[in-house]
Design a protein around this ligand. Sequence first.
Ligand code: PMP
Length: 418
Amino acid sequence: MIAPSKLDERAKTIARDFPILAQPTSRGKRLAFLDSAASSQKPQAVIDALVHYYTYDNANIHRGVYELAERATAAFEGAREKVARFINAAESAELIWTRNTTESINLVSFSWGLQNLRPGDAILTSQLEHHSNLVPWQLLAAKTGADLRFIEVDANGMHELDDLDEKLHGVKLVALSHISNSLGTIAPLETIVPRAHAAGAIVLVDAAQSVPHMKVDVRALDVDFLAASGHKMCGPTGIGFLYGKRALLEAMPPFLTGGDMIKRVEYRETSFNEIPWKFEAGTSNIADAVALGAAVDYLETIGMDWVHAHERRLTAFALERMRTLEPLGLAIYGPLDPKDRSGIIAFNLADVHAHDLASILDTEGVCVRAGHHCTMPLMEKMGWPATARASFYLYNTEEDVEQLAGALHKAARIFKLA
Ligand code: PMP
């Protein structure tokens, strides 16, 4: 157990690695960046890796025989190995580069889904999902005649598992977010995955909100596919990945076709490359993959256990501070037990619209997101027109939380709640 003050001291040091956080806002306020669930900030080491790649190593990969191309290939494939190791994949061939979580899920939907689903089959997801882990399954169900089912969630965003075995009947694919981007709920994968497998289903995990924040081990979880985005884990935008078990990936048809994903092309026929390249048509996002490798190095140096412990403690501290505003009309959503939630806190202040609230917080230098958070059906189910959302990462400190609490008090005064 690390002492609370030690966690905060280290976070303050870490924040200095992120140059963007040192700039004041145009109103001269200290920046309290509480929107890492949307996209994280980047440490200098990642920015340097991008600049280094373009300054010294840039060339197209795989086919070049000259030194630069070999260096670019080694950096690109080296980054793949780092990310594969980071999630404990058995081999780097099981790690496919994509643009982001959304593309990774679409890859599975178009490739595995169209090949494997028939009328009478079912897909099981939950009522918590981001549109990225919902819309692809709606379209797949419509195309294949498969049924789309939902694990329901209660008023606090907790999964209702009483009827799980019934719901799993006939299910071929279970697709769930590991952590809800709207409410911070951590899905009980250790319960759901074995039962899904026992029912003959494979499991896809949308890990956009978990891989950046905690140790995620694809083999310990025994998931079949896992999708994540680089930009939420200190890496650049435009690079993400799909993990898949070798046997599944080998049996799947390619998603996109063209250069690099082929072994041999004739005028009327083509044989495809080995995994992972079978799924990487065209010139890849080489520089951003390399920089994502640097992001993984950065996170590993700090340690994912530290990141997780720090965020848990900071979230508990934030919940405590925010609860003092409940008499003024602050409503906090999501799981009641802190062990069921990550560093995401959704809230509303009385009947103030979340956008108005977020705009007032912005005048105090506090960056939070407001809206439906790409979970429109969940908002409708809960009866919330919108929510504000604060989310924490390794560079946030108690000072950020105090700034949020202070800005909320200001908002309460402006709206005459205090
Ligand atoms: N799933 C979850 C749980 C997310 O939080 C997000 C991003 N907000 C996504 C999927 C989509 O990520 P991206 O836009 O990087 O594809």
